[in-house]
Design a protein. Sequence first.
Length: 162
Amino acid sequence: MTAAQGLPRSQPRSRTARQAGQRLRAPFPLRCGAILIDYIVLVSILVVSTLVARMLGGGAREAGNSAETAGILITIAVAMLNLGVLPGLTGLTLGKWATGLRIEKNDGGNLGMGRAFLRHFIGYPLSFALLGVGFLMAAVSVHSRGLHDIIAGTIVVREGSL
């Protein structure tokens, strides 16, 4: 039997951890671990491409230059995917997925591509340009939101049940 035949449909379950009906905000150390994982992935791609470039002759030969350029382009593409597209579609980066965190809009809705790109490619550089104060806001603010979260209208929460 279906809902059209009178049976109620099951409600979709939220993937956000809740305690007493409130979303559980992500602790600052866990957020730091998530972004560290994201950047380790990006730096690893650059390191491997640099090693390949050096094995092919470094900057003295065309193959070395091509390998290094390819590594930089691949790193940029992975950064766009991991920090822009994935969070826009799922609310997760690789680091957030590994640490059990999720990025949501303030109202609990899906992030969307525009907010994800705004958060990571405008908000992060601004937070960094202010000597890290934008990031430290997440550690000391009541709502655990950094400058990049405020700019994009987002919040980072724990995912799943506790």
